[in-house]
Design a protein around this ligand. Structure first.
Ligand SMILES: Cc1ncc(COP(=O)(O)O)c(C=O)c1O
Length: 545
């Protein structure tokens, strides 16, 4: 697919999509945009459905968009072959297995991850990858889970696994109004001593779990048979360590890029955490669609990814990219078809599969996983660095325009959360609109109005409650008060917390965005909200965060 990219994009140099020319000041502020004209041409050909449908799509942190070429590759592959369940040895099964294994290697190559060091495990999405780690990580009364405030709920949820096994969870709060976190705060959290036996016993009592829970029948030794060549899909024997890897003090989990503020946290924390004896889960879901992650340079232990965010298609395919050594520390709480090498009903005994299959429950999505290979080939044909450059130019322009929006009385029309520049951030911009009196415009009204105008943005808390709490300055005391109150519904909680809305608005740019999308969006905001007070009458109750 890569070789046909230039052909698909039309004549070199022609824009050809009838989009408006770059606005005054844009190219002088962001000259790097000039070098990304290939994406204008692809917008006109491969992503032509956007303009045909009159879409202004600004939700790339929600999902990427597919190129027509990817969909054609899918149809061509299915028309030209016979693909069966990969759990057999028959020809149709072997055809599926071959494509799945090829895709596994393509994933590792995409991240420049040495296959002898990293494994790519297919999951339904990033959430599935987080759950795999959470449920199998050897949490115990003497281990700790350290989380940054701005984790996605799919990472926050790991704390429930930790708590159920008596481990402490510590959150590291923001250190600045930009919603960043200092290196020192991370170091201090990692340096805290593991709780002693007394502390552990107290915590276990509070969590209602016996100290030995999680070490008994639920966690039987999971070792391959001695001398057995436990083999799945031609992976080298002993691809995963058979013996338990050394225990760590705990797990640090943080997003490489916040899906709320766009902040990109330092990847150097990975090394810091390793030096403190911690494993690292680097949530890369929002980062990798427009940033290079090179796993030959940085060495996180667990990397959850949702591929639809990168290439738009296929959906339903994610990965846990993990260091093989760290996988050796995980103890799965169950087994399933596909993830077990041998099992006995009468002996109540099983041996897990020894390679990636050990973490892939049931039948993987064999009709879709090979589409990821073409998706990655598409993205890499364009070049992740080119996409990054485009995204950063558009992000800068979006922030510039939002920050400059003013009501007739001179009051700002927008309050931006997170960094106000393009330094160490990605293409996700969270903000609220303000009325001429400085009050937040209800996010439901903006959702209603943008939808009617064919504009796709995200509204609400984006599954990132800690970032919202940081952005709105909520404290523990606020929560204590609210949780003592009589609230039952989302709107009642918001009232008790004294929040002006249930979160923010999020505009995010990506591979197929152009500057006209940004201009149209800003023109819409100005036209719809300048000098106006928007009532909340007729807005439906909030159904959830
Ligand atoms: C940073 C981050 N992590 C995790 C997720 C969860 O991804 P999924 O819903 O695809 O599992 C998302 C989704 O938006 C995200 O942005």
């Amino acid at each position: 697919m890569t070789r046909t990219l230039e052909k698909r994009s039309g004549l070199p140099g022609s824009n050809g999509n009838g989009r408006r020319p770059e606005p005054t000041g844009f190219l002088s502020a962001y000259p790097g945009y000039r070098g990304t004209a290939l994406l204008d041409r692809l917008r006109a050909t491969e992503y032509c459905y956007l303009d045909a449908g009159g879409h202004v799509y600004l939700d790339y942190t929600g999902a990427g968009l597919p190129a027509r070429a990817q969909l054609a590759a899918h149809a061509e592959r299915l028309r030209g072959g016979c693909f069966g369940n990969p759990h057999s040895e028959n020809p149709a099964s072997a055809a599926s297995t071959e494509l799945i294994e090829r895709t596994r290697l393509a994933v590792l190559a995409h991240f420049n991850a040495p296959p002898e060091e990293y494994a790519a495990i297919f999951t339904p999405n990033a959430t599935g990858a987080c759950r795999l780690v959470g449920e199998a990580y050897p949490f115990g009364p003497r281990t700790r889970l350290v989380l940054t405030y701005d984790n996605h709920n799919s990472v926050n949820g790991i704390r429930e696994f930790a708590a159920s096994r008596g481990a402490i969870t510590q959150y590291v709060p923001f250190s600045s109004p930009e919603l960043r976190i200092d290196d020192d705060a991370i170091r201090q959290a990692l340096a805290r001593p593991a709780p002693g036996p007394l502390g552990a016993a107290w915590r276990v009592a509070r969590s209602g779990m016996a100290p030995w829970a999680g070490r008994g029948s639920r966690a039987r030794p999971q070792r391959p048979l001695a001398g057995e060549g436990v083999r799945n899909a031609d992976r080298p024997l002993a691809a995963l360590p058979a013996a338990a890897a050394p225990r760590r003090r705990g797990l640090l989990a943080y997003p490489a890029q916040s899906n709320f503020s766009g902040v990109q946290h330092p990847l150097r924390w990975i090394q810091t955490a390793h030096e403190h004896g911690y494993d690292v889960l680097l949530d890369a879901a929002a980062y990798v669609p427009s940033n290079r992650l090179d796993l030959s340079v940085v060495k996180p232990d667990f990397v959850p990814v949702s591929w639809y965010k990168v290439s738009g298609y296929p959906t339903g395919v994610g990965c846990l990219v993990a260091r093989r050594e760290a996988l050796g520390r995980l103890r799965r709480p169950w087994f399933a078809g596909g993830s077990v090498y041998i099992a006995s009903v009468q002996a109540g005994w099983h041996v897990p599969a020894a390679d990636e299959a050990r973490f892939e429950d049931g039948t993987v999505s064999f009709g879709q996983i090979p589409d990821l290979e073409s998706g990655l080939s598409w993205v890499n044909g364009i070049g992740i660095d080119l996409i990054h450059r485009r995204v950063m130019c558009l992000t800068g322009w979006l922030i510039d325009l939002l920050a400059a929006l003013r009501h007739g009385n001179g009051q700002p029309m927008a309050r931006i959360y997170g960094p106000a520049s393009t330094r160490d951030r990605g293409g996700t911009v969270a903000f609220n609109l303000l009325d001429p009196g400085g009050c937040v415009v209800d996010e439901r009204a903006v959702a209603r109005d943008t939808a009617a105008a064919g504009i796709s943005i995200r509204t609400g808390c984006f599954c990132n409650p800690g970032a919202v709490e940081g952005a709105f300055g909520l404290t523990k005391a606020d929560w204590r008060r609210a949780l003592r109150g009589p609230a039952r519904t989302m709107d009642q909680y918001i009232g008790l917390l004294g929040l002006p809305s249930a979160g923010a608005l999020r505009a995010s740019v990506g591979l197929a965005s152009d500057v006209d999308d940004v201009e149209r969006f800003l023109a819409f905001l100005e036209m719809t909200y300048r000098d106006r007070v928007i009532g909340t009458g007729g807005l439906a109750p909030r159904r959830g965060c």
